[in-house]
Write a protein that binds this ligand. Structure first.
Ligand code: HEM
Ligand code: NAG
Ligand code: NAG
Length: 342
C-alpha cells in the first residue's frame, strides 16, 4: 500500500513537472519573465492573432538599431511623431497594447526592449505547442530614437529579390546568413498580410505562384479593391484560410504533408513554398538560390531541424544589442523618459 501511494505520488510529481514544461504555463526562474509569460498567454487567449503580431514585433524592432524598443515609440524628442510605426513596411504591426499592459505589471526596472523580446519568445513557444523555445537573459536598454524613414530604409520589402534579401540580412550590425534568412522566413506560417503587400503576386506577370492559389486570392481579395481604397487581409498560410478558399486554391494540407491545425507555428511554410503557394515574392525568391533552395527542402523534410534552427535564429535576433546613445529604461514604452532634446 505504502509502495503504491509512493508510486502514485511520484507519478503526480512527474506529471506536475511535465505540466510546468508545457506550452501553457512554462515557468521561468525569473519573476519578470513569469509575468510576461502570463500576460502573453492571457492576450493570446483573448485574441490568437496577437501571437503572430508579437513574433513580428521582434523582427521589426531588432532590425533597426538593434533591440531597443524603438518600434514601440509614439513620439521622441528628435523624431516627433514620425516614428517607426509610421513606416510603410510596418503596415499591420500590432501588439502594442500587450506590451503596455506587461510594462504596467513588471514595473520600472525592466526595459521595453526586454519585454518585447520576452513576449515574442513566449508567443513563438505557445504557437508551436512548446516545440520552439529559447532562453533569453534580459538586460537590453531602450533607445530614444525612432525614425519611420530609417525603418523603411532597413526593413526588407515583400518585392525584394534574393540578392536584396541576402544583403539585407548580412548587413553590418546584423550578420544573418542565408540559412538564417530561410529559417526565419518560416515565421510566415502564421499571421496575416494586407492585399497591398502581395498585390504584385496577383498580376498576370507575377513571380511564379500556383494558379489555383492565385485564383483563390483573386476571388477573395481582387486587385480592384485597392483602387476602391480597401486593403483587406488574408492569412499568410493557406492552411489557415477558410475551407472554401482551400478548395479554390486546391490546398489540401493532408496531401501536402502539413498538419491541418490552424494558427500553428511550424514548417508548413516550406511545404507551401515548394508548391508555389506562398504569399510574397520574397518568400518565393528563396527558391532561386541554390543554398536557400537546399534549406527550403531540408526544413520541409525535417520539422525538428527547422524548430531548432528557427529558435536559434530568433535568439540571435533577440540579442542584437541596442546601437544608439542615451539608452535608458523607459517608464512608458510609448515615450522616451525625457520629452525634450538632450
Ligand atoms: C525575409 C524578409 C521578410 C519580408 C519581406 C517580410 C514581409 C512581411 C510582410 C509584407 C508581411 C505582411 C504585412 C501586412 O501586409 O500586414 C509580413 C507579416 C509577418 N511577418 Fe514577415 N517579412 C520578412 C521576414 C520576417 C521575419 C524574419 C519574421 C520573424 C520574426 C517575420 C514574421 C512575420 C509575421 C509573424 C507576420 C504576420 C504578422 C501578423 O499577423 O500580425 N517576417 N511579413
Ligand atoms: C527597481 O530597482 C531599484 C534599485 O535596485 C529598487 O530600489 C526598486 O525597488 C526596484 N523597483 C521595482 C519595481 O522592482
Ligand atoms: C488573377 O487576376 C489577375 C488580374 O487581376 C489576372 O491577370 C490573373 O490571370 C488572375 N489569375 C487567375 C489564376 O485567374
Amino acid at each position: 500500500m505504502a509502495k503504491l501511494s509512493a508510486a502514485v505520488l511520484s507519478l503526480c510529481v512527474v506529471l506536475a513537472f511535465l505540466a510546468g514544461q508545457s506550452a501553457a504555463g512554462r515557468y521561468y526562474s525569473d519573476k519578470v519573465q513569469d509575468k510576461v509569460r502570463k500576460e502573453v498567454e492571457k492576450a493570446m487567449a483573448y485574441n490568437p492573432g496577437l501571437g503572430a503580431a508579437l513574433v513580428r514585433l521582434v523582427f521589426h524592432d531588432c532590425w533597426i538599431n538593434g533591440c531597443d524598443g524603438s518600434v514601440l515609440l509614439d513620439k521622441t524628442p528628435t523624431d516627433g511623431t514620425n516614428t517607426e510605426k509610421k513606416a510603410v513596411t510596418n503596415i499591420g504591426l500590432a501588439g502594442f497594447e500587450v506590451i503596455d499592459t506587461i510594462k504596467q505589471k513588471v514595473g520600472a526596472n525592466t526595459s521595453c526592449a526586454d519585454i518585447l523580446v520576452f513576449a515574442g519568445r513566449d508567443a513563438a513557444d505557445i504557437l508551436s505547442g512548446g516545440k520552439i523555445f529559447y532562453k533569453l537573459d534580459g538586460g537590453l536598454k531602450d533607445g530614444v530614437v525612432s525614425s519611420a524613414a530609417a525603418a523603411d530604409a532597413n526593413l526588407p520589402e515583400s518585392t525584394f529579390d534574393f540578392t536584396d534579401l541576402q544583403n539585407n540580412f548580412a548587413a553590418s550590425g546584423r550578420g544573418f546568413t542565408v540559412k538564417e534568412l530561410v529559417a526565419l522566413s518560416g515565421a510566415h506560417s502564421i499571421g496575416v498580410a494586407h492585399l497591398s503587400s502581395y498585390q504584385d503576386r496577383l498580376a498576370a506577370d507575377a513571380t511564379p505562384i500556383d494558379s489555383d492559389y492565385q485564383l483563390a486570392l483573386n476571388k477573395t481579395t481582387p486587385l480592384e479593391l485597392l483602387k476602391k481604397g480597401q486593403n483587406p487581409t488574408v492569412p499568410n498560410n493557406p492552411r489557415d484560410a477558410s475551407a472554401a478558399f482551400q478548395k479554390d486554391a486546391a490546398y489540401d494540407p493532408v496531401t501536402l504533408g502539413v498538419s491541418p491545425t490552424r494558427n500553428v507555428l511550424d514548417n508548413s511554410y516550406y511545404h507551401n513554398n515548394l508548391e508555389n503557394k506562398v504569399l510574397f515574392k520574397s518568400d518565393w525568391v528563396l527558391r532561386t538560390d541554390g543554398v536557400a533552395a537546399g534549406k527550403l527542402q531540408d526544413y520541409k523534410d525535417n520539422a525538428a531541424m527547422w524548430n531548432s534552427d528557427f529558435a536559434a535564429a530568433m535568439a540571435k535576433l533577440s540579442g542584437l544589442p541596442p546601437q544608439g546613445k542615451n539608452l535608458e529604461i523607459r517608464k512608458n514604452c510609448r515615450f522616451t523618459n525625457q520629452q525634450y532634446y538632450y
